[in-house]
Structure formats: C-alpha cells, structure tokens
Design a protein around this ligand. Sequence first.
Ligand SMILES: [Zn+2]
Length: 464
Amino acid sequence: MPLPRLTLALSLALALAPATQAAAESTSQAMPETMDMLKHAIAAQTVEGKGQVPPFASYLAGKLESAGFAKTDIEIIPVGNTAALVVHYRGSDSGRKPILLSAHMDVVAANPADWQRDPFKLVEENGYLYGRGVADMKTNVIALVETMMRFKREHFVPSRGMILVFSGDEETDMASTRELAKRYHDAEFLLNADAGGGTYDANLKPVVYEIQAAEKTYADFTLTVTSPGGHSSEPEPSKNAIYRLAKALGRVAAYQFPVQHSDITLASLKATGEHGSGPLAKAMRRFAAHPDDAKAAAVISADPAYVGQIRTTCIATMLDGGHALNALPQRADANINCRIFPGDSVADVQATLAKVIADPSVAISVKAPPPVESPASPLRPDVFKAVAATIHERYPGVEVVPGMSAGASDSMYFRNAGVPCYGVDPTFSKPDDTFAHGLNEKLLATEVPAALDFWHGLLTRLAK
Ligand SMILES: [Zn+2]
C-alpha cells in the first residue's frame, strides 16, 4: 500500500533526522517487552548452586546488544559458579565520573511444594504479580535493563556515563559483589535498586518514600568457654563451661548499647513519627526533636522493629556445648549477632562485649568472614532533589526521607570502597506485603510501569 504523501514526508524527515533527535518512547510502549523479559527472569532459577546466573546474564546481554549496545560495552565476569554483569552506557563528558546502577540477579531458594503457585512462573492475579524474585529483585533488574535499551533506542547521550553493576550472589556469599566493588569504585555515586522504596497504607495510599543512605555493619562474635571436663558424677560448678557461658550470656542479655543518632536516623524517625499515632509515634517525634530524651529512647528501644534505629544491637543466635550426657563439658560456644551503628567499629563492639561479660576466661572472637564496615553516605542534595522530583511525578507531595537499614546489601562493599550509595527501589508496597525471601513472594502489578517511569525520569535528571 502506497503511503500518503504527508506520512511519507514525515517518515523521511524522521529517517533523515540526526540520531540525537530520535523520538522518545512511552512507558506503555516499553511494557510488552518488559513483561516478556520479566517472565523469562522469573523462570530463570538463579538460586544458589544451580549455575543459572551466567545464562541469565547472557540473556540480558543479548537483549542489550539487540538494542544497540556494543559487545565491548558488555562484560560478564565469572565468579565461581555465578557471575556479575557489567554494562557501560557511555557519557559525552569523560571528565565526569560515572553513576553506578546496582542490582542482583540471584534469588533466595524456593521450594515449589510449599508455594501456592509455581515459584518460577510469573503469575498475575488480583492486581499482584507472583513469583520468586518478583519483589527481590528481578522486576528492578528488568526495569533497569529495559531503561538502558530505551535510552539507546532514543539515542539519549548523557554527559555522565552510567554503569550497570549486577551481582550474582548477593543473597549468599557476595563474592561477585566484592569483585564489582574492587573494579568499579571510581564512581560519582551508586544507586541501588535493592534498598529504600515507598510505603503504602492499607488503602494503597502512598505514605512515605525512603532513600537508604546508610546501613548497619553486620558482625558475628563467637563466645568460647573451655573447662577440663571429667565425669559428671564429680561436678565442679564454678569451673563448668556451660555455667560460665550462661552467665556471660545473661550479662549480654541485660546490656543495652548507648543511644546514638545521625542526620539520617533523625529524619527517618521524624517522618515515621509524623505518619503514625500512639505512644511509639509520639516517642519518635520527641526523639527526633531531642535525641537526649531518655524516656523517648526507652519507648523506641522497647519495639524490636525500631530499637536498631537508635542503638547498636547484639543478640545471641546460636548455642553449642558439651559432648556427652554423662560428661562434664570441655567446651561451650555461643554466637552473638550484632548490627553496628555506622561510625562504630567492630573492635569497639568487641571491647564493649568483653567489658560487659567481665570474665577473661570467656574468649570473644570475630567470626569469619571479616565484617565490612560501611560508613553512612552523605545526604547529597542533587541526588535527593532528583529522586524527590521523580517520585513526585507519580505521587505529588509524598515525603521523601533518608533512612538507615539493618544491612547488608551490595552497597556495603561500595560504601566501604568510598562510593556514596543510595538505595532507591522505585516500588511501593504495603508493610510486610511482599514476602521477599518468603513464600508466595508478590508485587503490585502497578509497580512495573512505575519502575520504568522512575528509572527513565531519575537517570535523565542525574546523568544528562
Ligand atoms: Zn535483594
């Protein structure tokens, strides 16, 4: 069929237009390809030990190549039986450091027998998408890849380069993350799609959006007590390794680390307090205004979900001791898991535990692998402004606040290497609604186009 003249002229004009003027694509145009890739992503069983991360990384690489990425700008780094994927989107100003875009391609194991639906099949039901990784975090993996493909098709030329740094074992060893942080730490900042995010109330009204700017340091300490042992018919209670360990644990249980705060935690508690009601919300508002208010700190500390926001916390998680029912123990061990407030060192916490236990016969050692200390990232106004502007395009007026999480995301290795990191998961969810790591993981279907809008809008603002 011959084209009408006007259409012909128009298509000629488009064909002759310089590459930089390629038409912008809409999010709805990008959705079919996105859902198709997400279906593939959920079916890829990228759990520990199955060796499925490298083929999944190759699949993503193939998609990016088909959108115009040069082979030389895509790198798959094998690490053990997993892999990392690195993709360069070149900027025009080589004097400006690039932005790193972090996500992980692996997922937590899922036993199909326990799930209501096949965990490795993308299913949409009643407004939700179901499948392992739909929330943590294949939707964002695909949304980032689709956004890069869309930019390429639009001939977008940023002044600042962007580098996708996708890890392949974030949920387990993080060896691929360490490799990425070793190679790519000369960057302006990193945006992590696996932290931060928006909260809906029960009626799906947006409440608040959090940018993760800090995370606590994860550390395990082993307490070990030994005694000579012997026959249980000849007891010596004062030397008994189990009794001495129990006493040490009692002292740890009774101890609270001092109250601490940062710009990040005060802003986050203020926002949480203002959106809630009741004694806890009131205590948060008081603490945000007066961090030396001991009564407010006590109320917050009594809530397991928030105590970690104002203190380093340590808690016993494992116990092992003795070798026979009728023998005196020769050894007793316990594991103490700590989440250390950014700024405190692992050595400080170890010294505090020794002081609290006050028994030199209790050996305290740091469990391998060595903890990675992760400083809080500065609250960069350019990043916060760009994220707020992007969120406000979807939800005008929603408060955007910094936050600190309990750790440990891929950001910890990059922060440790000196890169400021910001967790900016574009999706909103109701508290405890996604079941990330758990059974029947789900995500509101509305969050997929929202993620495409978000990455396109945010990266245009930050990289242009
Ligand atoms: Zn994750």
